[in-house]
Design a protein around this ligand. Structure first.
Ligand code: ADP
Ligand code: MG
Length: 737
């Protein structure tokens, strides 16, 4: 049965402009179960031929069949599959993974096998094979702790782990003393007896004597092909005369040991057949390899991640401190009234002359109540009746900027709870039109001058008000008006008892038709539930003498949106509600207008936008810095481990295995860095809040983003080195010094 067939194989290396022909038309055929020695002077092309046989390299021309399959046209990945499936390679220089135990070295090719056994089974298989090569007591020794012969035996065990049909050994004894060489050769001989086809390269005629067949190669051509010249002394095989011998004779010798698969004796009875091996998930061995590689370079890994640690830590700390100060800032701005909306009545015009906003009084206290009830984006509402008048206390007088008739919720709307002294009037005061008031700090200063104001009585247009509370100092507003120059009283009192004559009242239709004076107020509504002072007109009477319609209107409704962000929604809701309540048809203009503190809101949003942008810049910078660090080290690591990559590929790793391994390494580094960075950032923010007493706010999105970002950095910056590694040519990589 023919295992290998070469037809006119040529291999020419191109060195710059010069072609170096190395193999010049090699044709041969090797059967299953043969043990072939390849001999020839140094530089004759033996290694080149072996690499072609081992599917590590491709011939320049010529055809190569292995096990009936044409090899010279396969893609690199297909050749890798052939290497795992059918071949075992033993190198002159052992090529074991450094700082990795013998057992792990033997198990390594299994990671790339199409059917990978579970870890426990791989380990048992490795132990069986190492026992077979006489290393049962060196399972956990690393290559540096073993002699050359022992290392080569580990390499042989590794070559056998995938149950190859063909073992290729390129000068396996070249680095060993003659005694050890004999041991190793006996081992090959034994493998061959167990049915594995063996091809080995050697200079040594004594070594060649162990083979059935010796192929001599010189200057890229086969010079002779036949039985070995030297007689063996180990009793194996039959003594045969040197010189030409027909292939059929060799076949006759090796025929009894032909076996399609490797024999049981080698792998132990207990082990199940490969096809019964389950396919476990792909990650653990890759992760294991990656962690192993990182652990071997602890210091370097730690320093590499430092960039990511600091970057992510900085981002987290910045985010937490930033969030804290943003929340504090938002509270400050909100207390300045950024959430406040002012609903004013619309503008009247007469003969083309507009009287300006508020000149038609269309808003009622009921509107205010309904806004609070029906608009979900509104958190508080206060109707306001304004007047301007002199205030007299004792011998002093003062004209405050604001005299507001309102409800107790005014304080909530203006973020002005917590009075300095006394208390706010209550809803009952509003209902009853009680003559009580709450005054601002400026009035305390101007009218009372050190006197205790609570319980004192002020006079506003001949109405006596008892002071029941003093407001907290608030300072000037955005327009520079003194907000403390204010008197608050129940709106009913201001509306009905103080003559609430404002300039706009002249336009009030009710007033115009109600009489010459502004005193149109009956006391009917002030005491709800009380006996009506006047008899209720019958329907007929009402129809005959229509009563003037009396609006209980207010100058303004002040509304507090639930949050600054909900202001636009609140405006929409209020507009819709008021249009409906005022029966305004589609297409008609509003008879009111809603104003917000747009300037303040803009300041607020631009502040937070600026902060967000700054944080993003910091995050980007740290991301790039950390990423470049990782990429740099990964590139160094790829270069440094070129031989390892070549070796892994030689035993069957395909490009994506290598890509995956390096990517996983980079991502593990980054995720580790991200985790440490989160701890660092949290630590810094806790320190800042406890030592500097700044407000910080733990931000879950920041942490999630940090993890996502560090993984992304790992993939993004690890990809190039990993890709570069996966593109290496196995044979070039193995040659790399
Ligand atoms: P050996 O029989 O000693 O194993 P090789 O097959 O390694 O010989 O090399 C045969 C010839 O090919 C040598 O002359 C060597 O210089 C040349 N050669 C080997 N590898 C390369 C390469 N990668 N590039 C150019 N020339 C090479
Ligand atoms: Mg060589």
């Amino acid at each position: 049965m023919e295992l290998i067939r070469l037809e006119d194989i040529h291999k020419t290396y191109v060195l710059g402009e010069v072609d170096v022909p190395v193999l010049k038309g090699v044709s041969l055929s090797i059967d299953r179960g043969e043990m072939v020695a390849l001999m020839g002077p140094s530089g004759s092309g033996k290694t080149t031929l072996m690499n072609i046989l081992g599917c590590l390299d491709r011939p320049t021309s010529g055809r190569y069949w292995l096990d009936g399959q044409e090899m010279s046209r396969l893609t690199p990945n297909q050749r890798a599959l052939v290497r795992t499936g059918k071949l075992g390679f033993v190198f002159q220089s052992f090529n074991l993974l450094p700082r990795t135990t013998a057992a792990a070295n033997v198990m390594m090719p299994l990671d790339y096998a199409p059917r990978r056994p579970p870890v426990g089974q791989s380990r048992r298989l490795a132990e069986t094979l190492l026992t077979h090569v006489g290393l049962e007591d060196r399972l956990d020794h690393e290559p540096s702790q073993m002699s050359g012969g022992q290392q080569q035996r580990v390499a042989i065990a590794r070559a056998l782990v995938n149950r190859p049909a063909l073992v290729l050994a390129d000068e396996p004894t070249g680095n060993l003393d003659s005694h050890t060489s004999v041991e190793i050769l006996r081992m090959f001989r034994q493998l061959n007896d167990e049915g594995i086809t063996v091809i080995l390269v050697t200079h040594d005629p004594n070594v060649a004597a162990y083979a059935h067949r010796v192929i001599r190669i010189d200057d890229g051509r086969i010079e002779s092909d036949g039985a070995p010249s030297g007689a063996r002394d180990d009793g194996h095989g039959t003594p045969e005369s040197p010189g030409a011998r027909s292939k059929t004779a060799v076949l006759a010798v090796s025929a009894p040991v032909v076996a399609a698969t490797a024999p049981k004796s080698l792998y132990g009875e207990a082990l199940p057949k490969p096809r019964r091996w389950k396919v476990p998930t792909a990650i653990p061995p890759t992760l294991r390899t990656a962690l192993g590689a990182l652990r071997r370079n602890k210091m370097r890994s730690a320093l590499t991640t430092l960039g990511v640690i600091i970057g992510v830590g900085a981002v987290i700390a910045m985010m937490e401190i930033g969030e804290g100060s943003k929340a504090a800032l938002q509270k400050t701005i909100a207390s300045m009234g950024a959430n406040v909306l002012m609903v004013r009545s619309g503008a009247a015009s007469s003969g083309g002359v507009s009287f300006g906003a508020g000149s038609v009084l269309t808003l009622t206290p009921d509107d205010a109540e309904e806004i609070l009830r029906q608009c979900p984006s509104v958190s508080d509402v206060a109707p306001i009746v304004r007047t301007r008048s002199q205030i007299i206390y004792g011998s002093r007088n003062w004209v405050p900027t604001f005299i507001y008739g309102t409800t107790p919720s005014f304080l909530a709307v203006q973020d002005w709870e917590n009075l300095d002294e006394g208390e706010m009037f209550n809803p009952r005061d509003v209902l009853n039109g009680n003559k009580v008031c709450v005054i601002g700090q400026t009035l305390v200063r101007e009218l009372f001058q050190g006197e205790y104001p609570i319980g004192k009585e002020l006079r506003i247009q001949n109405v006596l008000f008892r002071v029941i509370g003093v407001l907290r100092r608030k300072g000037a507003n955005m327009m520079g008006m003194d907000q403390d120059d204010i008197v608050l009283a129940p709106w009913t009192t201001v509306k009905y008892r103080v003559s609430a004559t404002t300039l706009t009242d002249v336009n009030q239709s009710a007033k115009a038709s109600g009489g010459a004076t502004g005193e149109i107020n009956s006391l009917n509504d002030i005491y709800p539930g009380s006996q009506s002072l006047y008899p209720v007109p019958s329907a007929m009477q009402a129809a005959d003498t229509p009563q003037p319609v009396r609006f209980t209107n207010v100058d303004e409704i002040r509304v507090k949106a639930a949050s600054a962000g909900q202001i636009p929604r609140a405006i929409d809701e209020i507009t819709a509600l008021l249009r409906q309540r005022h029966r305004i048809h589609a297409g008609e203009p509003d008879d009111f207008n809603v104003r917000d503190m747009a300037e303040m809101t803009r300041a607020l949003s631009s502040t937070s936008r600026l902060m967000g942008a700054l944080l993003l810049v910091v995050a980007l910078i740290s991301l790039v810095v950390g990423g470049v660090g990782i990429m740099n080290i990964m590139l160094v690591s790829v270069t440094e481990r070129t031989r390892e990559i070549g070796l892994r590929m030689a035993v069957g790793a395909r490009g994506y295995h290598i890509l995956r391994q390096f990517l996983v390494e980079a991502v593990v580094l980054c995720l580790f860095g991200g985790a440490m960075g989160i701890l660092l950032g949290r630590g810094v923010s806790v320190l800042v809040s406890s030592i500097l007493l700044w407000t910080t706010q733990a931000s879950v999105p920041a942490i999630v983003a940090a993890v996502a970002v560090s993984a992304t950095v790992g993939v993004a910056f690890g990809f190039y080195p990993a890709w570069k590694a996966s593109r290496l040519d196995p044979i070039e990589a193995l040659r790399y010094e």
